[in-house]
Design a protein around this ligand. Structure first.
Ligand SMILES: Cc1cc2nc3c(=O)[nH]c(=O)nc-3n(C[C@H](O)[C@H](O)[C@H](O)COP(=O)(O)OP(=O)(O)OC[C@H]3O[C@@H](n4cnc5c(N)ncnc54)[C@H](O)[C@@H]3O)c2cc1C
Length: 247
């Protein structure tokens, strides 16, 4: 395990690909030089065309932190998306990808015992899943409430695994807000994330969250962070990761 060299590009082999939802595939990568990372960090992936044209995009690490390899990223296929469509349509097991990382220092959950609230929209659940997986794998006790927004039940990324963590109990709660279907579990919600949903998620925590992590498309992050602020949570306690796009 090497110390991280964030600016260092290296080759990573795609050792498995898994379809997670109709629009999201996970890619499991084995870097030539394995690295340690913290839950919430991301990688850069660089594609190079035969004519030398390059495109680079960032993808959050989904895996629990620790020595486990391979590293999982989960990529949503955007219609006309240059890199996400290539990864979905062209990349095969056995291919090599140029990666750089781990990157990012502000959107990182170091663990600990303080209550934490996680809010993710669409593929924005990826770094939050890493935090939940890390909590589970490391046996951490921090009360953690995760509220995810997805269009439909089938599009809720990592849904069954997160429901499994919730079922274990021990301070982890998973709430799912569906915008285009009615909810299936009593603890889930209908519609876009709002203050009433947050109030119910807060009620699962023994105290106001010491840290809040919000991740997703720009508009989602703005709306969710504003809703958290309306509960009197300090802005300094809220960390955001913006994936781009308007939604
Ligand atoms: C730190 C970080 C971590 C990220 N982690 C992930 C991740 O784990 N999984 C993942 O799927 N993506 C993630 N992203 C987004 C990713 O980097 C790309 O922006 C995304 O895959 C689109 O790239 P593309 O080349 O396919 O589309 P482009 O060709 O760049 O864009 C196609 C069109 O889609 C729009 N668009 C771009 N991003 C979004 C979006 N998020 N929602 C809606 N429309 C959008 C663009 O404005 C454009 O109109 C992350 C972004 C950042 C900054």
């Amino acid at each position: 395990m090497q110390a991280s060299q964030p600016t260092h590009w290296q080759s990573a082999k795609v050792v498995a690909i898994e379809t997670r939802t109709p629009r999201v595939k996970s890619f499991f990568l084995t870097p030539e030089q394995p690295f340690a990372f913290s839950p919430g960090q991301h990688l850069d992936i660089r594609l190079t065309a035969p004519d030398g044209y390059r495109a680079m995009r960032s993808y959050s690490i989904a895996s629990a932190s620790g020595p486990a390899a391979p590293v999982e990223i989960a990529v949503e296929r955007l219609e006309d998306g240059e890199v996400s469509a290539f990864l979905h349509d062209e990349v095969r097991v056995g291919d090599d990808l140029d990666i750089r990382g781990p990157l990012g220092g502000h959107f990182v959950w170091p663990g600990g015992e303080q209550p934490v609230l996680l809010i993710g929209g669409g593929s924005g659940v990826v770094p939050l899943a890493s935090m939940a997986r890390h909590r589970h794998a490391a046996g951490l006790q921090a009360p953690m409430a995760l509220l995810c927004s997805a269009r439909t039940w089938d599009e809720a990324l990592f849904r069954d695994e997160l429901i499994g963590f919730d079922a274990i109990g021990g301070g982890f709660v998973y709430g799912l807000a569906l915008t285009r279907e009615t909810p299936r579990r009593p603890q889930d919600f209908s519609g876009r994330i709002n203050a009433a949903m947050l109030e119910k998620m807060f009620a699962h925590l023994p105290a106001p969250p010491a840290e809040v992590f919000v991740c997703g498309a720009n508009g989602f992050v703005n709306t969710a962070a504003d809703a958290v602020l309306s509960f009197g949570i300090a802005a300094s306690a809220i960390r955001t990761e913006r994936y781009g796009g308007a939604g």
